[in-house]
Design a protein around this ligand. Structure first.
Ligand code: PMP
Ligand code: GLN
Length: 378
């Protein structure tokens, strides 16, 4: 690969899932649910294929899906977007993230990431020829909190964008009102763009999700990214979207049109159906994940690990005091028949996270129980 991509190697998810397969391990590593999404949604996709919806959709996504996304955004979060000019369907949130960087960040400028951060952010910054600057989430008694002073100190004249991810992968932290306000005030004061990755927006267990675009001065400077994958248990469909004011969305589209142009035509009507008619299913998903979070958190504690508090997402982190998490995660599939992800895969400064593992609880109860049984076995 070219020099700017060499530091990234292969993704941690590919590596650990491969090990999990090789040793027939319980995969509590890669975050994907092991049961299906709403039955009617799956049927709509099958019907679309059967009725010939198999050619290129419009580059921005079908008008119907864009309307469904905007209606849902208005209903759920009271945020208004024009489906014709402010919504773009992408190949998962991953493409939306890359297209946002490629279309809106000039080479040589700086992008602030809050670490630990989802792995694609750093690679997308590098592909855009920009430089990443990391500021930490730090642990406190309640869980995790943004180091707001470090964030302020990280902004320079070259800063173009701050990337925010709430609910947060890998920690499960849900950014509170003070944290979001601090980021928003800084963005307004220093005239920065914000990329808000909200793929887990429906998966909060203790407090509701707050989109940063809803804060004063933020609607015009925020690109919000989300995805059907996490909301409707279809991570393999890769239907995501970006929402932003027209000038920003035009930039995202300028890049997206040459990355994939368009995709997923039979899935688009299915996701439109789900956004309009499957909100009860989503409420049940949230409730069941909340119970799974509790189940895995207490089971991990019983094995001697020290779990942190997860407030959302698919994930709970736990500390394996005295162990190197990266080594442990490479050994666990073979030695214990369980896969987990080392949080060091998501950071520039590994020190505070050396012994922290991320476990996914978006699995059937019998799978969670078997994973924990194997971890506990001597
Ligand atoms: N952002 C975060 C924080 C994620 O966890 C994921 C998927 N695990 C993505 C983006 C990518 O989403 P998609 O699969 O829709 O590309
Ligand atoms: N987002 C998922 C996770 O964090 C995995 C995505 C991927 O495999 N690239 O586990």
């Amino acid at each position: 690969a070219v020099a700017r991509l060499q530091p990234f190697g292969g993704t941690i998810f590919a590596e650990i899932t491969e090990l999990a397969r090789a040793y027939d391990a319980v995969n509590l590593g890669q975050g994907f649910p092991d049961w299906d999404g709403p039955a009617r949604m799956l049927e709509v996709a099958r019907e679309a294929i059967a009725s010939g919806v198999n050619q290129y959709p419009p580059g921005r996504g079908t008008a119907d899906l864009r309307s469904a996304i905007c209606e849902d955004r208005a209903e759920s979060f009271d945020l208004e977007y024009d489906p014709a000019s402010e919504a773009l369907v992408t190949a998962g949130a991953t493409e939306a993230i890359a297209a946002t960087m490629l279309g809106l960040v000039e080479p040589g400028s700086e992008v602030i990431l809050i670490e630990p951060y989802y792995d694609s952010y750093a690679a997308a910054v590098a592909m855009a020829g920009a430089r990443r600057v990391s500021v930490p989430l730090v642990r406190d008694a309640a869980g995790f909190v943004l180091d707001v002073d470090a964030l302020r100190a990280a902004v320079t004249d070259r800063t173009a964008m701050i990337v925010v991810n709430t609910p947060h992968n890998p920690t499960g932290h849900v950014f509170g009102p003070e944290e979001l306000a601090a980021i928003a005030e800084l963005a307004v004061e220093r005239d920065l763009l914000v990329l808000s990755d909200e793929v887990y927006e429906r998966l909060t267990f203790d407090a509701p999700h707050v989109p940063i675009a809803s804060l004063p001065g933020m609607a015009s400077r925020t690109v919000t990214v989300s995805s059907a994958g996490k909301t409707f248990n279809v991570t393999g469909w890769k239907i995501g979207w970006a929402l932003a004011s027209q000038p920003l969305l035009d930039g995202v589209l300028a890049a997206k049109q040459f990355l994939t142009f368009a995709g997923g035509s039979p899935f688009q009507p299915a996701v439109a159906h789900a956004l309009r008619h499957e909100q009860e299913w989503v409420a049940d998903l949230r409730a069941s994940l909340r119970v799974k979070r509790d189940r895995l958190t207490s089971a991990l504690a019983a094995t001697g690990l020290a779990p942190f508090r997860s407030e959302g997402t698919y994930f709970v982190c736990a500390d394996a005091d005295g162990f190197d998490a990266a080594e442990l995660c490479r050994d666990l599939p073979r030695e214990r028949g369980v896969a987990a992800i080392p949080v060091t895969a998501f950071v520039d400064d590994p020190e505070p996270w050396r012994s922290t593992l991320r476990f996914a609880f978006c699995k059937r109860d019998e799978v969670l129980d078997e994973g924990v049984r194997r971890l506990a076995a001597q």
